[in-house]
Design a protein around this ligand. Structure first.
Ligand SMILES: Cc1cc2nc3c(=O)[nH]c(=O)nc-3n(C[C@H](O)[C@H](O)[C@H](O)COP(=O)(O)O)c2cc1C
Length: 215
């Protein structure tokens, strides 16, 4: 019980102290281990039919960061932060449906029968969806994993900034990104050099509608 309470306090702290940081200590190196731990937490995020369409391109190489800079419209955090993670979504994530179900069966989470039915439902259903819907799913799931990534980083003492301000064509070209992968966002991760300012939120009552919607 005491442990649960502590976890709750820490979660409150993490969500309240996360702010978008745009000035980073460029001398600070993030370890591969820390990046893997952050991404390991991030991929626990939920996704449509658990197809996990997210893919991450971790950019720590300075020369590559310089190339990314103009694609991100010269946002300095791209070169100053320890890493910038490019989150992309696989619009053909249903191709992994069988493997994901088999893993769940092997782990004993579901029976082989349920696993096979789930995999068939996902493969058949998603492969028939229009491209726009598959893109939407990849972006929604990509957003969820991105949020979890930022909170996981904050919980480990790192700061982040999500970026939608980038040229998608330039990004595709730089990483030879095949067409089925949809860029979601860039996330710079590092040690803050200047603390971020707080940001205002609209009143909860204004953004919440109970049991219906009225403008
Ligand atoms: C999808 C998305 C795209 C964003 N793009 C940028 C960006 O390109 N550059 C930037 O400096 N901040 C960007 N931001 C950060 C927002 O400006 C920031 O989250 C917002 O002002 C609230 O501040 P906070 O993150 O400190 O709570 C983006 C945020 C989101 C969610």
């Amino acid at each position: 019980m005491a442990t649960e309470l502590k976890a709750e306090v820490e979660f409150n702290k993490v969500i309240r102290e996360r702010h978008s940081v745009r000035k980073y200590d460029s001398a600070w190196k993030i370890s591969e281990e820390d990046i893997k731990e952050i991404l390991g937490d991030a991929i626990l995020a939920p996704s449509s039919s658990n197809l996990q369409p997210w893919r991450f391109i971790v950019v720590t190489d300075q020369a590559l960061k310089e190339q990314l800079l103009s694609i991100a419209y010269n946002q300095q955090q791209v070169v100053e932060a320890s890493a910038t993670i490019v989150v992309v979504g696989d619009t053909e994530a249903y191709r992994n449906a069988e493997r994901i179900s088999e893993d769940a069966v092997a782990a004993g989470y579901i029976t082989a029968e349920v696993g096979a039915a789930m995999a068939k439902r996902s493969s058949d259903g998603y492969s028939k969806l229009p491209a726009a819907k598959l893109k939407e799913i990849a972006l929604v799931d990509g957003g969820l994993v991105s949020m979890q990534l930022m909170l996981a980083a904050k919980a480990r003492g790192y700061d982040t900034v999500p970026m939608g301000g980038f040229n998608p064509d330039g990004l595709r070209e730089l990483f030879n990104l095949p067409g089925r992968y949809e860029p979601v966002m860039l996330i710079s991760v590092g040690k803050a050099a200047v603390e971020a300012h707080s940001t205002a939120r609209l009143p909860l009552a204004e953004v919440t509608h109970w049991n219906g919607f009225a403008e």
